[in-house]
Unconditional design. Structure first.
Lengths: 111, 115
């Protein structure tokens, strides 16, 4: 079952912060985050394993709430290069379903 | 190191035809996954192959099939094409697969249009 991402789309000014949420109805083993720019392949951002860890990647970080089966991606002081579609992918640990992605969140950063 | 290569880049077919898409993973990667991307549904998992064996399969009809060769290159086949099969088909490779918490490396995809 696809995880649910919110919001579907967001428009920000350069320098503003954004939060993208990803939730699942199933118990999760890991959450993966990818970004896809228009006309390009999705690119890996980070993986979070159950245990509630928070990982950082420059000004992009993420958390994973195991109890709520939710993950959030935080983009701080957004830059124009952050524009794109962000996908979360969830893995239940059994391996039977592969990596299931949400429908994506479209992020537009304006100057 | 060369990235994931998908061919062809674009395909136009008519309903009822069949199509074969090709994916060459990064050298040394043994897992290849296939995804269908459409504007309304995002990335939907088709199947994953590891060492020539299908390891996982998504919720797609039997018209969608795939295989992997001994050199890890993979093909996916769609038979009896329908209009709804129009989509960007992405393949992704990794050493052991996403279920082992590895990152995936995606190709640029094959854009399939069914008329």
């Amino acid at each position: 079952q696809q995880p649910v991402q919110s919001p579907q789309a967001v428009i920000l000014r350069e320098g503003e912060d954004a939060v993208i949420n990803c939730s699942s109805s199933k118990a999760l083993y890991s959450v993966h985050w990818y970004r896809q720019k228009h006309g390009e392949a999705p690119v890996f951002l980070m993986i979070l394993l159950k245990g509630g860890e928070q990982k950082g990647h420059d000004k992009i970080s993420a958390s994973f709430n195991e109890k709520k089966q939710q993950s959030s991606l935080y983009l701080t002081a957004s830059q124009l290069s952050y524009s794109g579609t962000y996908f979360c992918g969830t893995e239940t640990g059994g391996g039977a379903d592969g990596l299931t992605f949400g429908k994506g969140t479209h992020l537009i950063i304006q100057p | 190191k060369a990235g994931v290569t998908q061919t062809p880049r674009y395909l136009i077919k008519t309903r009822g035809q069949q199509v074969t898409l090709s994916c060459s993973p990064i050298s040394g990667h043994r897992s290849v996954s296939w995804y269908q991307q459409t504007p309304g549904q995002g990335l939907q998992f088709l199947f994953e192959y590891f060492s020539e064996t299908q390891r996982n399969k998504g919720n797609f009809p039997g018209r969608f099939s795939g295989r992997q060769f001994s050199n890890s290159r993979s093909e996916m086949n769609v038979s009896t094409l329908e209009l709804g099969d129009s989509a960007l088909y992405l393949c992704a490779s990794s050493l052991r697969g996403a279920s082992t918490n590895e990152k995936l490396f995606f190709g640029s995809g094959t854009q399939l249009s069914v008329l």
